[in-house]
Write a protein that binds this ligand. Structure first.
Ligand SMILES: CSC[C@H]1O[C@@H](n2cnc3c(O)ncnc32)[C@H](O)[C@@H]1O
Ligand SMILES: [Zn+2]
Length: 446
C-alpha cells in the first residue's frame, strides 16, 4: 500500500524518532507508523500522514523512539521462578547440583504456566515481542504465549534421559511432533526442536531430530560449545569437537540455531558460515557462569547470522534484551580490543532483524517496513537518565536497560500501554509467584 492509496487505518503512531533497522540502521525523525489490522501499512513523514491518513486511533509519542519489537532468541522462560536460587557457580555444578534437582522437585504443569507468565511479563515490559523457549511442557508454553498474544518459538526438549516431560528420546520426539502439528500454521507460535546439548543427546536422537526438522521445516535449537570443558571433554571421549560431530550428522544447516558458541576455532567458523547455521549469543549467562566469551565480532565478519538471547533468569538473572545488547556490545569491544568491534546499531540489529532471520521469518518480522507484521515498541527518552539525545540508538544500548519501554504492539494488538501490561493480570500473577517462592524457600531451608 502506498501513501496515495491510504485513506483509513486502524492505528497511527506519531514518533519523535524511528529506528526501522531496515533498509538501513539510520534514525529517522518525526515519522508516522500506520497500522492496518496485523500489519504495517506505511511509514510516512508526519506531515504526509496528516494529509493522507485517517486513523481510528492516533498515538502521539513526542519524546519516544519507535522500533521493531525485540526478539529474545534463547531462554527457559519458567526458570524465572528459580531466579537467584543458585548464583556464583560454574555451569556444570549449577546444573548438576542445583538446577536439575530443583527442576526434579518443582517443575509441573502449573509451575510452567506461572513461570512462563512471569517471564513474559518481564520480557514485554522490557521490549521483547518474540521469545524463544526451550523447556518442559512446551504444549503449555505454546498455549500460554498464544493466549496472551505473544510470539514465541517453542522448542520441545530432547535428551537421552527421562525427565518430568517424558521417559526418553522416543517419547520426546513423538510428543514434539504432535506439538509441531498442532502449531505449524500459527503466526504466533513457532514450534521447534530443542536437543539440549551434544553432551546430553546421543547420535541417534540427533539424527531423528534432523529428520523431523527436514520433514516439517521446524527450527532446531541446541546449546553448543557453551564451555571449554564441553569441547575438551568431547575431544577426549569422541575425538571430535561438538560442532564437527553435528556437521557430520547433518545437524548444522540453515534451520539450526547454535546457542552460546563461546569456544570457536577457525574450523568451527567455517562450519557455521558454510552451513548457514545461526549463532545465538547469550553474553550475560556466559559471563555469570564463567562459561567463556563468544567472539561475536569475528562471527559477524565471517557472515554468520548472530542473534541475541538472555538464557534463563536463573543464569542471567534478568530477561532484559536491551541489557543483553549492551553487554554484547561491551564484551565484543573488550574481546576484540577494538571499541568499534560491535556498535550500538549492530547490537540493535542482533536484537531484532537477526533474530527474525534465525527464525526464518525476516520477511515479516524484525524491522519496520510496510507489509511486515506490526510488532512494534516505543521507548520514552524524556527521563533525565537518558538526556540529552544525540543518537537514540546509543541511548537504547548504552544507557537505557529496557526500563523505559512505554508501549508495545504485537500483531497490531497493544501489549504495553504507558508502561502497563494489557493482557497479563499482574496482581494475580504475583500471588502465584509468591506462592512458588514460599514453597521453594521452604524446601531450601529443610
Ligand atoms: C531440556 S529443557 C532445558 C534444560 O536446559 C537447562 N539449562 C538452562 N540453562 C542452561 C545452559 O546455559 N546450559 C545448559 N543447560 C541449561 C535447564 O535447566 C533445563 O534442564
Ligand atoms: Zn540455555
Amino acid at each position: 500500500m502506498t501513501a496515495d492509496t491510504i485513506t483509513a487505518a486502524d492505528i497511527r503512531i506519531n514518533a519523535r524518532w524511528l529506528i526501522p533497522i531496515e533498509p538501513s540502521g539510520a534514525v529517522l525523525e518525526h515519522q508516522a507508523v500506520i497500522i492496518q489490522g496485523t500489519r504495517i501499512a506505511a511509514i510516512l513523514p508526519i506531515p504526509d500522514a496528516d494529509r493522507e491518513v485517517h486513523a481510528r486511533e492516533v498515538i502521539d509519542l513526542p519524546d519516544h523512539v519507535v522500533m521493531p519489537g525485540l526478539i529474545n532468541m534463547h531462554g527457559h522462560a519458567a526458570m524465572s521462578l528459580f531466579r537467584g536460587l543458585a548464583d556464583d557457580l560454574p555451569l556444570m555444578s549449577w546444573l548438576n547440583d542445583h538446577i536439575w534437582p530443583a527442576e526434579g522437585r518443582f517443575v509441573s504443569e502449573q509451575f510452567i504456566a506461572d513461570g512462563t507468565q512471569l517471564a513474559m511479563a518481564e520480557m514485554l515490559r522490557t521490549g521483547t515481542t518474540t521469545f524463544s523457549d526451550m523447556y518442559f511442557f512446551p504444549e503449555i508454553v505454546a498455549q500460554i504465549a498464544h493466549d496472551s498474544g505473544m510470539r514465541a518459538q517453542v522448542c520441545f526438549p530432547l535428551l537421552d534421559f527421562p525427565t518430568v516431560w517424558g521417559a526418553g528420546p522416543e517419547e520426546y520426539l513423538s510428543k514434539g511432533e504432535a506439538l509441531i502439528n498442532t502449531w505449524k500454521d500459527s503466526s504466533y507460535i513457532m514450534p521447534a526442536i530443542g536437543p539440549h546439548a551434544p553432551y546430553t543427546v546421543s547420535n541417534a536422537p540427533l539424527v531423528e531430530a534432523r529428520e523431523l526438522s527436514e520433514k516439517t521445516g521446524a527450527r532446531l535449537q541446541i546449546h553448543l560449545h557453551e564451555t571449554a570443558f564441553e569441547v575438551a571433554d568431547a575431544i577426549e571421549t569422541r575425538g571430535q569437537r561438538p560442532a564437527e560431530r553435528l556437521a557430520a550428522l547433518g545437524v548444522l544447516g540453515t534451520n539450526t540455531q547454535c546457542v552460546h558458541m563461546t569456544q570457536v576455532s577457525d574450523q568451527d567458523i567455517s562450519l557455521l558460515a558454510d552451513s548457514g547455521a545461526h549463532v545465538i549469543h547469550c553474553p550475560e549467562s556466559n559471563l555469570k557462569l564463567a562459561s567463556g566469551l563468544c567472539p561475536a565480532h569475528r562471527l559477524w565478519q565471517e557472515g554468520v547470522n548472530l542473534a541475541l538471547g538472555t538464557d534463563g533468569a536463573a543464569s542471567n538473572n534478568d530477561l532484559d534484551l536491551f541489557g543483553e545488547a549492551r553487554t554484547a556490545a561491551m564484551v565484543a569491544k573488550a574481546v576484540a580490543n577494538d571499541a568499534s568491534a560491535l556498535t550500538a546499531h549492530q547490537a540493535l540489529q542482533m536484537a531484532t532483524l537477526n533474530g527474525a532471520k534465525a527464525l526464518g521469518r525476516d520477511h515479516e518480522l524484525g524491522s519496520l517496513v510496510a507489509g511486515k507484521l506490526a510488532d512494534i515498541i516505543a521507548i520514552d527518552l524524556s527521563d533525565p537518565f537518558i538526556q540529552p539525545v544525540y543518537d537514540p540508538a546509543s541511548h537504547l544500548v548504552y544507557s537505557n536497560h529496557g526500563r523505559a519501554v512505554s508501549h508495545s504492539w504485537i500483531n497490531g494488538v497493544p501489549q504495553v500501554q504507558d508502561g502497563r501490561l494489557t493482557r497479563i493480570d499482574v496482581p494475580d500473577l504475583m500471588l502465584r509467584v509468591e506462592d512458588w517462592g514460599g514453597k521453594i524457600r521452604a524446601q531450601q531451608a529443610s
